[in-house]
Design a protein around this ligand. Structure first.
Ligand code: ZN
Length: 113
C-alpha cells in the first residue's frame, strides 16, 4: 500500500483534526477534547468495515490507464483532460474534475504532508 493511499484513507481524520485545531484555538483545549469525544461517538458508523468497503483497496490503474485524482475513476490518458502539477501529469474523467483539481490540487493529493 502506498504512502499516498494511506494518507487518502486518513483524509477524514485530517479534516477532523483541522476542525479540532480550530475549535481549540477559539474555545480552548477542554472544549476541543469534548468535541473530539462527540465526533468520535458520531463517527462510530464509519468503523463498520462494510460501510466503506469501496475504500478498502487502492485504485490501481490498468496498464496504459490513469486514475482521476478527484473521483479515482479509471480514465484513458490518450483522451482525458490533463493537468501538470509539480512536474507530475494528472488525468481526469471530465473537464469538471480537471477544473476542481486545478483550483486546489493539494486537496486531491497528499493532505497530510
Ligand atoms: Zn473524476
Amino acid at each position: 500500500m502506498s504512502r499516498n493511499f494511506a494518507s487518502k484513507l486518513r483524509g477524514g481524520d485530517w479534516k477532523r483534526d483541522l476542525a479540532l485545531r480550530v475549535v481549540e484555538r477559539y474555545y480552548g483545549r477542554e472544549t476541543a477534547r469534548k468535541t473530539a469525544d462527540a465526533m468520535e461517538y458520531q463517527g462510530q458508523g464509519w468503523l463498520d468495515a462494510s460501510s466503506n468497503a469501496v475504500y478498502a483497496h487502492p485504485p490501481t490503474a490498468a496498464a496504459g490507464r490513469a486514475i482521476c485524482p478527484v473521483c479515482w475513476m479509471e480514465v484513458d490518458p490518450a483522451s482525458a483532460p490533463q493537468s501538470v502539477y509539480r512536474r507530475a501529469s494528472y488525468f481526469f474523467c471530465s473537464e469538471q474534475h480537471k477544473q476542481r483539481f486545478d483550483s486546489a490540487p493539494e486537496t486531491f493529493l497528499d493532505p497530510v504532508r
